[in-house]
Design a protein around this ligand. Structure first.
Ligand code: C2E
Ligand code: MG
Ligand code: MG
Ligand code: MG
Length: 276
């Protein structure tokens, strides 16, 4: 009987798996049409200096409005796009759209764009980045590419070569979600980069966990001895901001400064807070 029950359970389980695999296949198909149908857009989240409170730049975050399912999170569809290879086309679309947007700003803010590990390994990446900058008329130093540690450790020799080429263009590199990868210190030791973004999990726990606070402090010390600014992700409260300020953190990004939103809404938000 027990065996039968287990058998039944595994059968249900594998049905669920089939169901999940089918859903992924369907989404992968829909994604292929998403650019052409105008379903993709970018939200922009502000990044500020902690000491001066000035806007440093904006991070472009991809949004997909599915015709039937509505908004789908990038944490759901980006892995699917990476698996199908569609991320290459989508990533190029993001890069071009973000550069065009940034070139239209009245202020020389930086635009940060996330780069998938799959894109990093494309032989024409440098050509694509160059073309996006040139056709938008955006100076290279205003573009920052965010790369996670996991993207770098798959093929270190290759990754190092690509990062050097990116830097040679004048584009800057930020290590995204720092502290959650497999070999954080090795990343810092092996690759050229211009900014460290501490993963938001550390700030999220900072009020309750001494360890999390100690890690934030240690990453700040690391960044500063390496002479690169450190940005804290996931800033949600005044208390967290106070902590970051007292620890000497350089920059922050999070709901406390602003949610990711269409650029027009960011401008309106900034004007309203200036007036206030
Ligand atoms: P990420 O690059 O680490 O982006 C930060 C994520 O944290 C965003 O989620 C943002 O909305 C969220 N966030 C910002 N502030 C706060 C906060 O105060 N509290 C909390 N709880 N969350 C906050 P989002 O937009 O859902 O994106 C998730 C991930 O998807 C991104 O993480 C990035 O890895 C990936 N992604 C987004 N757009 C792109 C893209 O154009 N290309 C690639 N390859 N990946 C992208
Ligand atoms: Mg990012
Ligand atoms: Mg991040
Ligand atoms: Mg993250």
């Amino acid at each position: 009987r027990a065996k039968e029950a287990v058998g039944r359970r595994t059968r249900f389980y594998s049905q669920d798996m089939d169901e999940a695999a089918r859903a992924r296949r369907l989404l992968a198909n829909d994604l292929r049409e998403a650019i052409g149908r105008g379903e993709l857009s970018l939200a922009y989240q502000v990044q500020r200096s902690i000491s001066t409170d000035l806007v440093i730049g904006y991070e472009a975050l991809l949004r997909w409005h599915h015709p039937r399912d509505g908004w789908i999170s990038p944490t759901e569809f980006i892995p699917i796009a990476e698996e199908s290879g569609e991320i290459v086309r989508i990533g190029e679309w993001v890069l071009r759209a973000a550069c065009v947007e940034a070139a239209s700003w009245e202020q020389p803010w930086r635009i940060a764009v996330n780069l998938s590990p799959v894109q990093l390994m494309q032989p024409d990446l440098i050509a694509v980045v160059t073309s996006a900058l040139v056709s938008a008329g955006l100076p290279a130093h205003r573009l920052e590419l965010e790369i996670t540690e996991t993207a770098l450790i798959a093929d270190k020799v290759r990754a190092l070569h690509v990062l050097r080429q990116i830097k040679a263009l004048g584009v800057t590199i930020a290590i995204d979600d720092f502290g959650t990868g497999y070999s954080s210190l090795d990343t810092l030791n092996s690759f050229p980069f211009d900014k460290i973004k501490i993963d938001r999990s550390f700030l999220m726990q900072s009020e309750t966990s001494r360890q999390a606070r100690a890690i934030i402090r240690a990453v700040l010390a690391l960044g500063h001895s390496l002479e690169v600014p450190v940005l804290a992700e996931g800033l949600e409260s005044e208390d967290q901001l106070r902590l970051l300020r007292s620890e000497g953190c350089d920059e922050a990004q999070g709901y406390y400064f602003g949610r990711p939103m269409p650029m027009a809404a960011n401008i309106e938000f900034a004007q309203r807070s200036e007036a206030a």
